[in-house]
Write a protein that binds this ligand. Structure first.
Ligand SMILES: NC(=O)C1=CN([C@@H]2O[C@H](COP(=O)(O)OP(=O)(O)OC[C@H]3O[C@@H](n4cnc5c(N)ncnc54)[C@H](OP(=O)(O)O)[C@@H]3O)[C@@H](O)[C@H]2O)C=CC1
Ligand SMILES: O=C1O[C@H](COP(=O)(O)O)[C@@H](O)[C@H](O)[C@H]1O
Length: 505
């Protein structure tokens, strides 16, 4: 693209083209809550500020609390970035916002909401459920009964995980939703699908000739998909304890990454073509067996990063003696022609040594090594999702100079240096814009969800019934050593010999 073209103007044009100049109302259910103030309103503000929201868009917050717009605004204040230059734009943003106080189970309150929307005009309607799942049922029933759009306009409902807690409860929710809405009206958010490097996976795989011949069991030894967070449950122990790290991160975000790495090339980039391929690959994954799993739980660290860090069980919101895992590594297998025998190691944990999400594809040893035995190390292709987005290939090269020795080095695409000054949109920004434009590529379809729960439910039930004691690991460490052992027995070789020395140029 020419340097003179503002990339945002291209997106603006494409959004306007797709919405055909229609008016929209975006309703935030749970407007007084955490997700709304930390994510949804800041994202709506960013989209508004960048003029990416369709022109005639109005936002209505809905929650039980009796709040004025000023009250709502004071909740957003710490999370919305408004600079001095933005002040007049922010006043315009306030003008498109309003608030409706009502209960989640009272049809007459939803009728009031419908009246508010109708007063704006005949418009497309987006309903974002930033709510605990306990009220999904009554809210969606009330939307259906009173708030659907009229005549030629559409309605879209955006829901957040957890989509149930196992196969049965997820099926109940899916059946409930499908009794009210068509699949194309339901947008199940997995915010990892909105991340730049996650979206990049399809382009890397299907836009490069070099990868397709080696992207299979003949060349790939193992795939490690990691999510690491350097903080514990701090304050969220109640919610987390009920769900655990498998439901919180692995069954959704990490499994989505796996499907994008493992799926076959779709016939097109249409949402249904891509989601069909994702479902196909999920169907080839048998349920995880507990022997292929390591469970961990963090314990306190008196010297954690300069200050004492409390263990999971020290969190007052966590029930005494809880065996909920805060760290899990699991080996999954895709039983199809491309992947048979290749372990996919999913690892996720809280209170670890760093923040990191990455996909690491480790290639097999080279056959017939002619160099000094043990010198040649396996190639690795690493797609670092966050932080500091990068794609790098660890490879061997001749040591520069007179000697004919070889050493480990890398081909390195670091986004921060290659794409200086490019603003990476927040995952939620992309996803919310996708809902306006009707693209379901980055949303989870009901049959995809079914398959995801099928893979994890037997393991989750076994853990809940047998309550195996998770292996303790220290807050701020890399997690239990048994996780490395599981990776090692599943054909991931860590040598510790690779050293990165980024170029100063
Ligand atoms: N463009 C860029 O920004 C680039 C950055 N780098 C940086 O260079 C550094 C090293 O590169 P990296 O790819 O991690 O290569 P390494 O070979 O150092 O690490 C490979 C993997 O092994 C894991 N590991 C660490 N210790 C053990 C162990 N004892 N047993 C088993 N596994 C272990 C690592 O971290 P863990 O298990 O803790 O997640 C990682 O998943 C990194 O900090 C990386 O970010 C490298 C290239 C390009
Ligand atoms: O869905 C979740 O994701 C966050 C991590 O998201 P990220 O975009 O910051 O990587 C995690 O902290 C949370 O527990 C989980 O519910």
């Amino acid at each position: 693209m020419s340097k003179n073209i503002d990339p945002l103007s291209v997106i603006r044009l494409s959004v306007e083209k797709k919405v055909h100049g229609a008016s929209h109302v975006f309703v935030v259910f749970g407007a007084s809550g955490d997700l709304a103030k930390k994510k949804i309103y800041p994202v709506l503000w960013n989209l508004f500020k960048d003029e990416l929201l369709p022109k005639e868009t109005y936002i209505i917050g809905y929650a039980r609390s009796k709040l004025s717009l000023e009250d709502l605004q004071s909740r957003w204040a710490p999370y919305l970035k408004v600079t001095d230059d933005d002040k007049s734009k922010f006043q315009e943003f306030l003008k498109i916002n309003s608030y409706c106080s009502g209960n989640y189970d009272k049809t007459s309150d939803f009728a009031r909401l419908d009246k508010m929307i109708s007063e704006i005009g005949n418009c497309n309607r987006l309903f974002y459920l930033a709510l605990p799942p306990t009220v999904y049922e009554s809210v969606t029933l009330n939307i259906k009964a009173t708030c659907m759009s009229k005549s030629d306009k559409w309605t879209r409902v955006i829901i957040e995980k957890p989509f149930g807690r196992d196969l049965d409860s997820s099926e109940l929710l899916s059946n409930h939703l499908s009794s009210l809405f068509k699949e194309e009206e339901i947008y199940r958010i997995d915010h990892y699908l909105g991340k730049e490097m996650v979206q990049n996976l399809m382009v890397l795989r299907f836009g490069n000739r070099i990868f397709s011949p080696i992207w299979n069991r003949d060349s790939i030894a193992s795939v490690v998909i990691s999510f690491k967070e350097p903080f514990g449950t701090e304050g969220r122990g109640g919610y987390f304890n009920d769900f655990g790290i498998i439901r919180d991160v692995m069954q959704n975000h990490l499994l989505q990454l796996l499907t994008l790495v493992a799926m076959e090339k779709p016939p097109s980039t249409d949402a249904e073509d891509i989601r069909n391929e994702k479902v196909k690959v999920l169907k080839s994954i048998p349920p995880i067996v507990i022997d292929n799993v390591v469970l961990g739980q963090y314990v306190g660290n008196p010297e954690g990063n300069g200050e004492e860090k409390l263990g999971y069980l020290d969190d007052p919101t966590v029930p005494a003696g809880s065996t909920t895992p805060t760290f899990v590594t699991a080996a999954l297998f895709v039983r199809n022609e491309r992947w048979d025998g290749v372990p996919f190691l999913l690892r996720c944990g809280k209170a670890l040594n760093e923040r990191k999400a990455e996909v690491r594809i480790q290639f097999k040893d080279i056959p017939g090594d002619i160099f000094n035995e043990g010198k040649v190390k396996r190639n690795e292709l690493v797609i670092r999702v966050q932080p500091n987005e990068a794609v790098y290939m660890k490879m061997m090269a001749k040591t520069p100079g007179m000697s004919f020795d070889c050493e480990e080095t890398e081909l390195d695409l670091t986004y921060g240096s290659r794409y200086k000054g490019i603003k990476m949109p927040e995952a939620y920004e992309r996803l919310i814009l996708d809902v306006f434009t009707g693209s379901q590529i980055n949303f989870v379809r009901s049959d995809e969800l079914y398959q995801a729960w099928r893979i994890f439910t037997p393991l989750l039930h076994q853990i809940e019934e047998e309550k195996p004691k998770p292996i303790p690991y220290v807050y701020g460490s890399r997690g239990p050593k048994e996780s490395d052992e599981l990776c090692a027995t599943n054909n991931f070789i860590y040598t510790g010999t690779y050293k990165w020395s980024p170029s100063k140029i």
